[in-house]
Design a binder for this molecule. Structure first.
Ligand SMILES: [Fe+2]
Length: 388
């Protein structure tokens, strides 16, 4: 076994109704003037009211986070935090709200000279210096695992993104309360759930940083997610399934925070950039084809993964069996199964493949090298679901 490091969230509260404990957590962090960072969907779904009711402090709200948050939104939220003299940040929502909250907790903590740092200087791995404000993250989807990762992805241009990667962004407390996810539409539950499953799979096969902790967590996560995703989609009010999905996504987040994701995410990102296909769905669309491509380099791991999701097969068949499993799962959950269904055509493949090649940070973690022609082949197969 190689030497390894493992970092994770300080504290997690998991269970139906745990949102009610937030006031105690804020008190113990000495927070008196928190800023809630969220989006309009959360406001209109009535979830913000539930959080309001649970926090008995001088609260300000920034509810203008959008998907793939641009720098301008992040800086605006930081200004609101400063005006409010916020002494703590609560991220509440999907991955974009949590990512924004993580960066605000650091950006809004600039009073001391040693803490002064611009957002520009924070991009990259371990570039964040200084301290952040107390940070509580509360996911309302079971997918991104953002509440468990040291990463925030910010949109810096038309289709370009930059990541802030630092253990400073790990929250003091993550609250996993399934009652907040009960109203999620089926297609969101399905796509975000598959995203979480991909986090677990890619952590298990992560080439460089996988370790016994990340393996253990990813296997546990995959079991929870695979056993509950269909129930959570078909019985939206089944809080037992919802809670297991939320926990599965969190644990998968802990795993891939330490054993990073790879080829599936590398090929999924350009679909988001060019076609605005949601992140989870982008992953679901390319997943079967990357699994088939990787199979020769990941026989043993794929057999173990197959076993966890309920497939008994030999090592040589595991890649194909998993590709079929996930392709069929997308169909069962009423998700599109091909890129063609999402508006992608043959002529788009070259630009998608060349953009995927730019994801070097992710590609290095893939069990098998993906070259430009390989990416074109994978996208071509994903176009019509060929050969699954
Ligand atoms: Fe993801």
């Amino acid at each position: 076994m190689s030497n390894f490091a493992f970092t994770t969230v300080h504290k997690v509260l998991c269970g139906e109704g745990t949102l009610a404990q937030i006031n105690d957590e804020l008190n113990s962090l000495s927070v008196t003037r928190p800023l809630i960072v969220t989006d309009q969907g959360i406001v209109s779904a009535g979830l913000l009211d539930q959080l309001y009711a649970a926090v008995n402090l001088d609260v300000e709200v920034f509810a203008d986070v959008v998907a793939d948050p641009p720098e301008e939104i992040v800086l605006r939220a930081a200004a609101v935090a400063e005006t409010h003299q916020a002494d703590g940040i609560i991220g509440f929502g999907g991955g974009s709200s949590l990512d924004t909250a993580k960066v605000i907790a650091r950006l809004a903590c600039q009073q001391q000279p040693e803490n002064q740092q611009s957002l520009q200087d924070m991009y990259g791995v371990d570039c964040v210096k200084g301290q952040r404000l107390p940070l509580v993250l509360i996911p309302t989807t079971a997918g991104t695992g953002s509440e468990a990762t040291p990463v925030a992805v910010i949109t810096t241009g038309e289709t370009t993104k930059a990541g802030v990667v630092s253990s400073t962004l790990l929250p003091d407390v993550a609250i996993l309360d399934a009652t907040l996810t009960a109203g999620l539409p089926k297609h969101v539950t399905a796509a975000t759930g598959i995203d979480a499953m991909v986090h677990a799979i890619e952590a298990i096969t992560s080439k460089i940083k996988r370790n016994p902790y990340s393996d253990m967590l990813a296997i546990q996560a995959l079991g929870l997610l695979s056993r509950n995703i269909e129930t959570a989609c078909n019985e939206p009010d089944n809080l037992t399934a919802r809670q297991d999905m939320l926990l599965g996504a969190f644990i998968a987040g802990q795993a891939f925070a330490n054993a990073p994701v790879a080829g599936v995410h590398a090929l999924a990102y350009p679909l988001g950039g060019h076609f605005h296909i949601p992140h989870g769905l982008s992953n679901a669309l390319v997943l079967p084809h990357v699994l088939k491509f990787n199979a020769s380099a990941a026989h043993a791991d794929y057999q173990r993964i197959a076993e966890v999701v309920g497939i008994t097969c030999g090592q040589a068949q595991a890649g194909i069996a998993l590709a079929e499993y996930f392709y069929t799962l997308s169909g069962k959950l009423s998700l599109p199964q091909t890129l063609e269904q999402c508006g992608v055509t043959e002529k788009d493949i070259d630009i998608l493949a060349s953009d995927a090649m730019l994801q070097t940070r992710l590609l290095v973690n893939n069990p098998r090298d993906i070259a430009l022609d390989d990416a074109k082949t994978i996208y071509t197969q994903a176009l019509r679901g060929e050969a699954v």
